[in-house]
Design a protein around this ligand. Structure first.
Ligand SMILES: Cc1cc2nc3c(=O)[nH]c(=O)nc-3n(C[C@H](O)[C@H](O)[C@H](O)COP(=O)(O)OP(=O)(O)OC[C@H]3O[C@@H](n4cnc5c(N)ncnc54)[C@H](O)[C@@H]3O)c2cc1C
Length: 401
């Protein structure tokens, strides 16, 4: 194990070097969970996050039953449940007014049989607080990593810019968990391939009135996902890629579409302006190889997930668990070799491939624009006619592939 430093923020700024067992780029679900798990083993680990805090709006909010099981095993479940949250025992969908269950969690073999919605900044704060109780854990905020250090063909560190200027950190292992637009991945020479055509998400808030509620997913003329954040609704409206042009007519067209899917929600959105609506680009892609000597990609950096099914956070967390299990013991003794990194990819590649294949199938009918009265797409008919299938989908969403 390498020497630990409590004042790493000072040590790494302004061109100095600092050694740590593992550098993790990105303080999202994958990066912070891995940081926590490695620090619990007594390793020295540094998570580098480009933002000053976790208060970004564009994050999924779902904490899956399997992640909650993990939090229980880590002794963090009570702390988790003290934070603002809402539980959902099944995922419902409304198709032009016809309601059906997409996934039922009631039969899962987990202590909590619910999907929990928690603003992601609260969840990430929880992980960062828990990790910070271990002396080997360091979180560098406001530090953006955009380069790698190579020695003899091996990646041995990263470079970037922090609040005080240039930063260079060396480590036995670099883990890139910086998400779908990773710069580190590019610097390492890795490029993802597309699994399905991109789609776009229009992301906006709507006020919530006393007793007001919507099905989680509403579809039929595009798709609307409604996340209840207590005092407001966070809306994700999924549309085919490139159909939001940035022109003035975008908003009235969007409101007309919302009205066709959900008249009530369309009404609530009537006063939105273009400034209220953010365009997020969604990609479904993955790396063929998740690693190069000295660096491993996990989470969305290795496999960008679509919001379909709300499973990307679960996969990112499961990547972190597998990485900690396989590489934690290695890091205690030596720098991981490519064959060690390959073991992580081997263990995680199939769940990712299966999940992305399902997401690709799900995206198609839900994106299709149909008129009221249009028949339910076949997969939805099957779920309606064979309710037992919703236990399987509950397993898929709640536990993962
Ligand atoms: C619109 C939308 C909605 C979604 N909704 C859901 C949902 O409800 N449920 C679900 O399970 N999944 C959802 N997903 C998918 C989910 O968001 C991702 O799969 C998940 O966040 C991946 O976690 P991650 O830790 O790998 O990456 P991220 O969550 O992307 O975290 C990466 C972190 O790295 C930081 N970072 C980036 N670049 C750098 C850099 N150069 N230097 C330092 N730090 C850097 C970022 O600031 C960020 O904090 C959604 C996706 C989209 C696009």
């Amino acid at each position: 194990m390498l020497a630990s430093s409590h004042s790493l923020q000072d040590a790494v700024s302004m061109d100095t070097r600092s050694d740590t067992d593992c550098i993790i780029v990105g303080g999202g679900p994958a990066g912070l969970m891995l940081g926590l798990l490695l620090a619990r083993r007594g390793l020295d680990v540094t998570v580098v996050e480009k933002h000053a805090d976790f208060l970004r709006d564009f994050r999924g909010d779902t904490i899956h039953p399997s992640t909650q099981q993990l939090l229980g095993q880590l002794g963090l479940l009570d702390e988790f449940l003290q934070r603002p949250h809402a539980d959902m025992s099944r995922v419902t969908l409304s198709w032009h007014g016809t309601e059906l269950t997409l996934a039922d969690f009631a039969h899962l073999p987990t202590a909590r049989k619910v999907m929990t919605f928690m603003p992601q900044w609260d969840f990430l704060d929880l992980l960062a607080d828990a990790a910070g109780r271990h002396p080997g854990f360091h979180l560098l905020r406001s530090t953006r990593i955009d380069g790698v250090v190579r020695e003899g063909g091996r990646i041995t560190g990263v470079t970037g810019t922090g609040p005080e200027g240039a930063v260079e950190i060396r480590a036995r292992l670099v883990v890139d968990a910086s998400g779908r637009d990773s710069e580190v991945r590019t610097a390492a020479g890795l490029a993802p391939t597309e699994v399905a055509a991109a789609m776009d998400v229009l992301w906006f808030r709507l006020p919530k009135h006393e007793g007001e509620a919507y099905p989680f997913v509403q579809a039929g003329a595009g798709m609307i996902i409604t996340i209840d954040r207590g005092d407001f609704f966070q809306i994700a409206h999924v549309i085919p890629a490139g159909t939001w042009t940035g022109e003035a007519e975008d908003v009235p067209e969007m409101i007309a579409r919302l009205r066709r899917i959900s008249p009530r929600l369309g009404e609530a959105a009537a006063s939105l302006t273009r400034d209220d609506v953010h365009l997020l680009r969604v990609r479904l892609e993955r790396l063929r190889r998740w690693y190069v000597d000295g660096l491993l990609c996990i989470g969305d950096s290795a496999h960008a997930m679509s919001p379909a099914g709300g499973v990307g956070i679960n996969l990112a967390i499961q990547d972190a668990v597998t990485t900690a299990r396989i590489l934690g013991p290695v890091l205690e003794n030596r720098a991981p070799l490519p064959r060690d990194l390959r073991r992580v990819q081997r263990r995680r590649a199939w769940p990712v491939i299966v999940t992305q294949a399902v997401q690709r199938q799900m995206q198609r009918p839900l994106l299709t624009t149909t008129q009221p009265g249009a028949p339910l797409p076949r997969p939805l008919r099957m779920l309606r006619d064979h309710p037992a299938l919703t236990r399987m989908t509950g397993r898929f969403v709640g536990l993962g592939a």
